[in-house]
Design a protein around this ligand. Structure first.
Ligand SMILES: Nc1ncnc2c1ncn2[C@@H]1O[C@H](COP(=O)(O)OP(=O)(O)O)[C@@H](O)[C@H]1O
Ligand SMILES: [Mg+2]
Length: 498
């Protein structure tokens, strides 16, 4: 006999993102947040809500089967099962059904709802370090998966789960009214499958939610910051006072970033060049930024050499820099890069912007002619492509980094002065640590004082020239001189042509 449940388990969501997580019915929804932000609690609530929502069969029974997956058995027992039982299987409440504690642990939910229907559901807890559990995972018809601490679960298992929901309840019972996956996790590193799916691939009908950090950076002085409590943090009412800020002192900065501030981790071993001024959540737009035609001018930053890069941005009237696009290539000179990469992109994505109205900036070393070319890269852009291109005032690294940091730390009425389009994946990973000072092979934490040359450095160099140019740090004399020279050449050519 099951008891009739009259208490509706409704605890108000403890924040905006938690509430989105509870309400989403997309095929896949994952929530990423700091420690203690109420993620696991919310996952339990969602599983419970959804087993009650399953459409009843013709006998009025709401059938469903959920699998709760965790990486190890000890984590499964000490956290996943414990959290579930605290909420839905404790002595203070009417029984919702039997909980069988072994092979594998399963809650057989069985109770009546006020509307006269009955819930009959299974929640099976599986650990990936148990071969018999994995076998069960492969062989069970499932309505929904709950991937607890999602980042600990391999992509292969996630793919397998995604191919296995939807076959329970059977058609005879009306089929599942919803099926899919949910999951909660702390932030992974930015080379993790989760990052790639959430920030790059973005599959249809997969929702990736991100909670505010428990702490945020407060800028102190130009190049340093400290962590302060985030007034936007979720689930704060259920945590001890000062829960987040108390943990800051004893922990490494990298640990704080990931576990308390909810920023993606970086696997680079060096020191991030913009480590003290870059804030991923603040500076990266959730969306692909589009050029705003009203502000006619597009600004381009170029890095030359055999791994050319071009960054496209727009400076807004209020002084904000919007970085719209990154173009990177390897093994080609400037002409091939323009013909195969830059021009096709401009034609396709920036149709409304004539080249004659753009302005580009590049490494001042790009005014030098190479031994086997009669023109320099900057000369080529000006003369052959009609793109007004200036060498910047200096290519000293310190000044170039400062040009970027000017925008990163610029505050316009509480809004950031630097916005990076979500399409700029390489720049973003570079900001998050890929663009770095290399760690020196000596004892202690010592780093080189020049940027490591790697796949992130070229687009970052191009961005620096763009930021210099956007602030007017350019070598105007060169252009004037160059224009005079080309004018002379034209006259000379036309004279000899006669
Ligand atoms: N809606 C809620 N009502 C009451 N307590 C909650 C609620 N959500 C979370 N908690 C409590 O807050 C703490 C952290 O929640 P938890 O879900 O474990 O966080 P996370 O999984 O994000 O680390 C736990 O003690 C949990 O019981
Ligand atoms: Mg948790």
């Amino acid at each position: 006999m099951s008891e009739q449940i009259e208490v509706v388990f409704e605890t108000a969501a403890q924040g905006k993102v938690l509430s989105q997580y509870l309400q989403s019915r997309a095929r896949v929804t994952f929530i990423r947040g700091p420690l203690g932000s109420g993620k696991t609690f919310a996952s339990c609530q969602r599983v419970f809500d959804q087993i009650c929502e399953q459409r009843p069969n013709r006998n009025g029974v709401r059938k469903s089967r959920w699998l709760a997956v965790r990486n190890t058995y000890s984590d499964l027992e000490t956290t996943t099962i414990k959290d579930w039982k605290d909420l839905y299987c404790n002595d203070d409440m009417p029984s919702l059904g039997r909980f069988i504690g072994s092979t594998p642990p399963t809650h057989f939910l069985d109770f009546d709802l006020e509307d006269g229907t009955r819930v009959k559901a299974e929640l099976i807890f599986l650990a990936l370090d148990r071969p018999d559990h994995v076998k069960k995972l492969r062989g069970t018809q499932v309505t929904g998966f709950w991937l607890n601490e999602t980042k600990e679960i391999s992509k292969a298992i996630v793919d397998m789960c995604d191919g296995r929901h939807g076959r329970y309840p059977s058609a005879a019972d009306g089929g599942p009214s919803w099926h899919g996956m949910i999951g909660d996790t702390n932030s992974p590193d930015d080379d993790h499958w989760y990052y790639d799916l959430a920030e790059n691939v973005k599959p249809d009908d997969w929702v990736f939610l991100s909670q505010p950090g428990g702490v945020i950076r407060e800028q102190v002085g130009k190049n340093s910051y400290r962590w302060v409590p985030n007034p936007e943090a979720e689930n704060i009412n259920n945590l001890p006072n000062g829960y987040y800020i108390r943990q800051v002192q004893s922990k490494s900065d990298d640990w704080v970033r990931v576990n308390l501030a909810n920023e993606y981790g970086s696997v680079s071993s060096g020191k991030a060049i913009y480590g003290s001024t870059w804030q991923d959540a603040k500076h990266t737009s959730k969306y692909e930024l589009l050029a705003i035609p009203r502000f006619q001018k597009l600004l381009l930053g170029f890095d030359f050499g055999r791994t050319p890069a071009c960054i496209i941005g727009q400076l807004m009237p209020d002084g904000r820099l919007r970085v719209l696009k990154e173009l990177v290539s390897t093994g080609m000179g400037i002409r091939t890069f323009m013909d195969l990469v830059v021009l096709p992109c401009l034609k396709e994505e920036f149709k409304k912007f004539p080249i004659s109205g753009m302005e580009a900036y590049g490494d001042p070393a790009g005014t030098a002619k190479s031994p086997n070319d009669e023109n320099s890269p900057i000369g080529i852009l000006n003369d052959e492509y009609g793109l007004t291109t200036y060498p910047t005032a200096t290519n000293k690294p310190k000044q170039r980094w400062e040009a970027v940091e000017y925008f990163l730390t610029l505050d316009i009425d509480g809004q950031t002065g630097f916005e990076l389009s979500s399409a700029c994946l390489v720049l973003r990973k570079g900001f998050n640590g890929g663009y770095q000072f290399r760690r020196l092979n000596v004892s202690g934490e010592r780093y080189a004082d020049v940027a490591d040359k790697n796949s992130y450095s070229h687009p970052h160099d191009a961005l620096q020239y763009l930021c210099q140019g956007a602030q007017g740090e350019i070598n105007y004399q060169w252009l004037e001189q160059h224009q005079e020279d080309s004018h002379q050449t034209v006259i000379a050519d036309s004279v000899t042509g006669y």
